[in-house]
Design a protein around this ligand. Structure first.
Ligand code: C2E
Ligand code: CA
Ligand code: CA
Length: 612
């Protein structure tokens, strides 16, 4: 397809680029010359090059003219009429009879001053004349005018006149091209059909001009969104061009996203579209907030061509509109089931804390040397009325996405602190309780304030609380992390680095963080003691932790063999199914009192005692 045409897509109505003038985009147009005299084509090319044109196709054998034209799709043809073997008239006739070349402007070069040749050329569809010998300034003007005309013609054929966006013809061509080259990019290709029925409604109530204004505003917003520098890097990989945006109908836009990472990213993109469209528009004093729907079709699952994908996406919109509350739908039923369930879960999660459906389960941390509990990790659960007890994998990332993680995380921390304080007053000992902190919680910035508030309300001494921060979280924004960590440490709360070994820590940074505990990730523990390389790795990590003054704990310990190996490598403590899985608070209290009986006294949080 003609790349120049897509390149023409511009910010809708933020000033058209000039059709003529210095360094006009037309100077990049492809100029083709057909003349049996190489001297003549050289001369014409030199004259046009002086003017700034850079793209030429030269044909000195008129018999090849048509084939070359079909292959090269020039924007203008300069055709000599007087040639031996095949005359310019024959070429002109062939060009006008061909579907691909029918509308290309043709300037004929003729020495004949006779009116007859000119009339004949006109009858055959010539666009303009140029007399031989060629006058430089006349040549330049005629070529410029012919190109301006074909540019305008192209715009009419390929672009929507209200918004300046590509129309369905151009959109489909672009989509088909992307689909042909799909393998080059990887990731998902998603075609979205965005329907805004209010456009039609406004036309009926306020008239054509305000309705057009409304459509223009929406198209500008969509253009800005799709051309923002950070949009695609967030959702896709290996894509360096903006998504394709087009106007597909009076109240319909089309978008094509390439290389999108996964279905969740596709959904997020659709939601962004809905957000920018939903923002109120001021139309002559009236605030108008549009309702929109997005239908999504994925290639190749939902189709291999633009036409089929568009139909699928439109069908999805029809289905979405039948259910008022659903704004975005995939055309494939399985994806919808997944996305609807997530939507539903998200809505339910909002009220879960208030309805008392959240739980904290506790998993003991054991000192390897003494075999005694040194602490306990608090792990969130959701007691869902229908799905039963749900693991955090099913709702923590959802909570993060929906901005609910602060509520959930705070609730877990408060509950864990209350429980730990209760164990102490019940005479079971002063255990340290560890709470997991998500990236969003840390970056919210008010974590130190949240922690001190919870310390005060629960009555738990700060040294009995530890926060587990994952390695990748800390490395994401080192300066912010360090500052917040220092503030939290100043409260007397300890810090642990979780999932260690999976986040590419820089040792220099690690050294500068005020950490008390390093937790070796389960993935390194899994193959102990069988894998020599993992044994070596874990050995190194333990050594590193100790050198930096941290207590080292291993997670996910399931077998006696793993434990023996860790003991030999000098690991301080462990947690895992071998000792106990995470259990509800009452079960944990039973576990603790049984252990106290076995050891003959309340647990004093040994780790703190020995390492302080
Ligand atoms: P994590 O912090 O790495 O927690 C360890 C996970 O491994 C827990 O899964 C635990 O139940 C499980 N586990 C413990 N021992 C073993 C074992 O021997 N074998 C196996 N196979 N697994 C074991 P869980 O409770 O499903 O939690 C998963 C993740 O969810 C946690 O990983 C943590 O990142 C996150 N999470 C849990 N609670 C919270 C919370 O309150 N806030 C935040 N932000 N994240 C949480
Ligand atoms: Ca953890
Ligand atoms: Ca972990």
């Amino acid at each position: 397809m003609n790349q120049d045409v897509w390149a023409d897509t511009q910010m809708p109505f933020e000033g058209d680029s000039p059709a003529v003038g210095p360094r006009s985009p037309l100077l990049n147009a492809k100029v083709m010359m057909v003349d049996d005299e190489p001297l003549m084509t050289d001369l014409v090319q030199a004259l046009l090059e002086d003017e700034g044109y850079v793209n030429f196709v030269v044909c000195n054998d008129p018999r090849e003219a048509l084939a070359l034209m079909q292959a090269e799709e020039p924007s203008v043809l300069l055709l000599d009429l007087m040639m031996p073997k095949v005359s310019g008239f024959d070429v002109l006739e062939a060009v006008r009879g061909n579907r691909l070349t029918r509308y290309t402007p043709v300037i004929v070069l003729t020495a004949a001053s006779g009116a007859e040749a000119k009339l004949r050329a006109l009858r055959l569809g010539a666009t303009d004349f140029l007399s031989k010998p060629v006058d430089g300034s006349e040549l330049v003007l005629r070529v410029r005018n012919a190109l301006a005309f074909s540019h305008y013609n192209n715009r009419l054929r390929h672009f929507d006149t209200v918004t300046g966006l590509p129309n369905p013809i151009l959109f489909d061509r672009g989509v088909d091209e992307v689909l042909r080259n799909r393998d080059l990019v990887g990731g998902l290709v998603a075609l979205m059909s965005l329907h805004v029925p209010d456009c039609q409604a406004l036309r009926e109530s306020l008239g054509q001009a305000p309705a057009d204004e409304f459509v223009k505003i929406l198209s500008r917003r969509l253009y800005r969104l799709t051309h923002a520098d950070d949009l695609m890097p967030t959702f896709a990989t290996g894509v360096d061009r903006a998504p394709r945006l087009a106007r597909l109908g009076p109240d319909k836009f089309g978008l094509l996203f390439e290389g999108v990472a996964d279905v969740e990213a596709v959904e997020s993109l659709a939601k962004l579209l809905l957000e920018v469209v939903a923002e109120p528009v001021n139309l002559g004093g009236h605030e108008v907030a549009a309702h929109a729907w997005v239908g999504i079709a994925l290639a190749p699952a939902d189709g291999h061509t633009a036409a089929v994908l568009r139909k699928s996406a439109d069908l999805a919109v029809t289905h979405a509109r039948q259910r008022e509350s659903i704004r975005c739908l995939f055309s494939s039923p399985e994806l919808n089931a997944r996305s609807l369930q997530r939507l539903r879960l998200g809505a339910e999660l909002r009220g879960a804390a208030e309805r008392g459906e959240l739980r904290v389960h506790y998993q003991p941390k054991i000192c390897i040397e003494s075999g005694r509990m040194v602490g306990v990790e608090a792990l969130a659960r959701w007691q869902h009325p229908e799905f039963g007890l749900m693991a955090p994998a099913r709702f923590i990332s959802l909570a993060e996405e929906l901005g609910l993680i602060n509520v959930v995380g705070e609730w877990v921390m408060a509950q864990a602190c209350r429980d730990a304080a209760h164990w102490a007053t019940a005479g079971l000992g002063a255990l340290t309780v560890s709470v997991n902190i998500s990236k969003v919680q840390l970056l919210a910035g008010d974590l130190p304030a949240v922690v001190s508030r919870i310390m005060a309300s629960s009555g738990l001494p700060p040294h009995q609380l530890e926060l587990e921060l994952t390695e990748s979280l800390l490395m994401d924004d080192v300066d912010v992390s360090r500052r917040l960590m220092a503030e939290i440490k100043a409260l007397g709360v300890s810090l642990s680095i979780d999932d260690f070994g999976t986040g590419y820590s820089s040792l220099a940074y690690l050294k500068s963080f005020p950490l008390d505990e390093l937790k070796v990730d389960k993935s390194f523990v899994d193959d102990l003691p069988g894998s020599a390389s993992d044994v070596a790795l874990v050995h190194t990590i333990i050594d590193l932790g100790h050198r930096l003054g941290m207590t080292v704990i291993a997670e996910g310990v399931e077998t006696a063999g793993q434990l023996a190996c860790l003991k030999q490598l000098g690991c301080d403590s462990y947690q895992g199914f071998l000792y106990s899985k995470a259990v509800p608070a009452p079960d944990f209290m039973a576990l603790l009192s049984e252990e106290n009986a076995r050891f003959g006294g309340a647990n004093e949080g040994l780790r703190r005692a020995t390492s302080a």
